[in-house]
Design a protein around this ligand. Structure first.
Ligand code: SF4
Length: 762
């Protein structure tokens, strides 16, 4: 066994790997060296300034804290009413700052890249469920365009109470720093990042906890929170940001993650080790809504629906999101062996009842912010680590969410304890559980299909090999061995595999790339989240058109399309692909969690034209919004406001070279059984599907191979038709670029945008 507990397999061919690494460095696949770090010792103040804490009025402080790490200075921007009206908050603020403050030349590690953390006007209201969310937005190391990732916990509420709607981090520090925003004292302080010993300094969870204890003198309370990430974020493009908060019921620091797109990588590249916020103001009075009574009423209604309906529906309060695993497996949607199959006989080993029995506390509701009675953020105490550098320790683990579970089944592994350990190590290292698992699964499939051999990988990457999956995880965190490749994500790993394969077989690289493109599960450089979409055209579009890449938070249509069959026609699917991204963008702009809306159906929704939109619940949100900001807001107003943000994000993609039709194309495996073995695994189902499409038995091709090929052709055609229809509905050209009139409608046709359209012939 090696030091991490994984068996020693065939030794890594160091000459192959080192030549590979050199090649890759020359092509700038890898990061530049991280900024030189201080030899950590104590927290040494580098800059400190006093400010007057702005009060919150109608959900806003109208101030953004600007932090320039190149000069180690801070400043405050006052938000103009027009800016607030047009860009709302959260994701809207982040993308507007990126649109204005960066150019097409800006990369994730450019000093001018901005890391924005922003909540919105509806954040921080314990009288309404799900108000602890904020968005982290930046130029992504994976996609090289704007990415946003939402995250819970107490950080954003405390930041708002400290006088700021958002924090915008610019520049790059030459030494790692910690920033402290102290709303009680009215100070912003930049210090050197302290050391807590070698074992702790690299961690995302443990370093943050040590830092919070240092700051509070060991007296942890809910009035202090932090964001931080681990050293894995320095070695992988998919670094996360942990949001750490004190849970008084569990009496420990808990965490939520901004997982997608490498926001934690940007944080560490900037030299930002952590941000601490403190405010002791009472939360229940903190958001100062215009009409407190109406907020209270809307919140009470939504809480009532949750408490009555959730136990009869998904029962997230009891089970957490792992409850989805059973549904996914039943409907062939659980990713197994890199999304080849959607079901597995061993899947019941990772259903929610197993986690509930072995790890979760049934009696403790686990909310990620005050006032959320859906309380789906499950956690576990005293879980013994059996693998990795910390084997033998017992730790508290927050999770797993369904996505983390799916990232492990994607590697052919159905071991609940490994899922728990994978969850903890990814959080501690600062790695996205989704991108990590999907990239590992891609490399495993390359190994299975003969594109990689053990000489190149260093060990046997068979499906279900827990030792290999574990080793690859730790190597990715430290940037060693095959982990150095894995940390680059699927898009860049594809190229590496194609080059290795080409060198030994004389196969042209483009030819291999085309084959790898069938099962390399990424779009725009981001790895897919964990739903099989072969049989859901709606979710194929939900992934392909998603502006940040294939993450379901823009359009999670798999459940309503395939489990509930609520959007059966092509037109309904196309409509859903316009409507859902808009409403979901709004949630990310105002500072709200979507789960109380999307995962708990109002009993009256069934009587509406579109039950899946759950409009009776959305009425509570519209009431809450209007009562907070002091304006009447209809659902249509909300959709219009949101569409402006959606179009702006599309324009950022166009500017960064990721906004046209070719970047919305999805891997063959996302739309069909890409290989014959996938077709064979459900041949009766596929033959029935084909019969229905062709209309008669007589037209059904005779051989299974021909039937498979016909399915592939039909699925490709359907996706292209979907692109045409959805682009038209969104006001884009057939190439996926917004029309001038679309920008005019939302008052976005300024000089820079007009020039960009002109460059695209619009
Ligand atoms: S529903 Fe779950 S994720 Fe959303 S705010 Fe509540 S506890 Fe947090």
């Amino acid at each position: 066994m090696n030091e991490r507990g994984a068996p020693e397999t065939s030794s890594l061919d160091s000459s192959i790997l080192s030549s590979t690494v050199t090649d890759l460095q020359e092509r700038a696949y890898f990061f530049p060296e991280p900024p030189p770090t201080v030899k950590r010792g104590q927290m040494k103040t580098l800059d400190s300034s006093k400010y007057q804490v702005a009060p919150v009025r109608a959900g806003y402080t109208d101030r953004i804290l600007q932090l320039d790490l190149s000069s180690l200075t801070t400043s405050i921007t006052e938000v103009a009413p027009d800016f607030r009206r047009k860009y709302i908050g959260g994701r809207g603020y982040a993308m507007k700052m990126i649109w204005d403050g960066t150019t097409e030349e800006t990369r994730y590690d450019s000093p001018e890249n901005i890391l924005v953390m922003a909540s919105g006007p509806l954040g921080n209201e314990p009288r309404f469920p799900g108000t602890g969310k904020f968005v982290v937005g930046t130029i992504s190391p994976l996609t090289e365009t704007f990415v946003d990732s939402n995250i819970g916990g107490h950080f954003a509420p405390l930041l708002k109470m400290s006088g700021f709607d958002a924090l915008a981090v610019h520049g790059i520090s030459t030494e790692e720093v910690v920033v402290i925003v102290d709303g009680d004292e009215g100070t912003v302080t930049v210090t050197t990042a302290p050391s807590f010993g070698e074992e702790i300094d690299g961690g995302g969870l443990e370093y943050g906890e040590a830092l919070l204890k240092e700051f509070t003198g060991g007296e942890l309370t809910e009035n202090v929170a932090a964001v931080t990430t681990g050293n894995g974020a320095l070695h992988a493009r998919f670094g996360i940001i942990n949001s750490l908060f004190y849970d008084r019921r569990r009496r420990r620091i808990r965490s939520k993650q901004a997982g997608r797109g490498g926001t934690g990588t940007v944080m560490r590249v900037k030299g930002l080790r952590a941000v601490i916020v403190r405010s002791s103001l009472a939360r229940v009075k903190a958001n100062h809504p215009a009409d407190k009574k109406s907020v209270q009423q809307a919140g009470a209604e939504l809480k009532r629906v949750i408490s009555q309906q959730d136990p009869k529906q998904l029962n997230l309060r009891a089970w957490g999101t792992p409850v989805l695993a059973e549904y996914m497996n039943k409907f062939h949607l659980l990713p197994v062996n890199n999304y080849q199959y959607g079901q597995h006989p061993d899947a019941p080993a990772v259903f929610a009842d197993v986690f509930l029995e072995r790890y979760f506390n049934k009696e403790v509701p686990d909310g990620c912010y005050m006032g959320c009675n859906l309380a789906c953020a499950k956690g576990a105490e005293d879980v013994a680590l059996t693998r990795g550098p910390q084997a033998g320790r017992k730790v508290g683990i927050d999770g797993p969410e369904y996505e983390t579970l799916g990232a492990v089944t994607c590697q052919g592994i159905f071991d609940p304890h490994f899922i728990m350990e994978y969850n903890w190590y990814c959080d501690e290292y600062g790695l996205d559980t989704i991108s990590m698992g999907v990239t590992a699964a891609f490399l495993m499939e390359c190994f299975q299909r003969g594109y990689l051999s053990v000489e190149e990988t260093g060990y046997d990457l068979s499906w279900g090999n827990i030792d290999a999956a574990d080793r690859l995880l730790h190597e990715t965190a430290t940037g060693e061995g095959l982990g150095k490749i894995c940390g680059q994500g699927v898009q860049r790993a594809k190229r590496w595999v194609a080059e290795k394969y080409g060198a030994k077989t004389n196969t042209p690289i483009d030819e291999t790339m085309s084959e790898l493109g069938k099962f390399g599960m990424e779009v725009k450089g981001l790895e897919f989240s964990l739903y099989i979409t072969k049989e859901s055209l709606a979710q194929q579009g939900g992934y392909g058109f998603s502006l940040k890449g294939p993450q379901h938070d823009e359009a999670w249509l798999i459940f309503i399309d395939q489990v509930h069959n609520e959007i059966p026609t092509f037109e309904m699917k196309a409509d859903a692909l316009k409507w859902f991204p808009l409403i979901r963008t709004w949630f990310n702009a105002v500072g709200l969690c979507k789960l109380p809306w999307i995962d708990v159906r109002h009993p009256e929704a069934a009587q509406t034209d579109n039950p899946s939109q759950n409009q009776p619940t959305l009425e509570y949100y519209a009431q809450y919004y209007g009562a907070t900001i002091g304006e009447n807001k209809s659902l249509q107003d909300i959709l219009d406001d949101s569409e402006r943000l959606h179009v702006l994000q599309k324009m950022i993609n166009v500017r960064q070279g990721k906004g046209t039709r070719e970047f919305d194309q999805i891997p063959l495996r996302d739309m069909a059984p890409a290989y014959f073995n996938e077709y064979q695994s459900r041949s009766d189902y596929y033959d029935d599907w084909l019969r229905e499409q062709l209309g008669t038995d007589a037209d059904l091709p005779e051989s299974p191979e021909e039937r498979h090929q016909t399915i592939l052709n039909l699925r490709r055609q359907a996706y292209q038709r979907l692109c045409d229809v959805v682009y038209k509905a969104k006001g884009y050209t057939p190439e996926g670029v917004p029309l001038r009139k679309t920008l005019e409608k939302f008052d976005l046709l300024e000089e820079k945008a007009a020039a960009l359209l002109q460059a695209h012939g619009v």
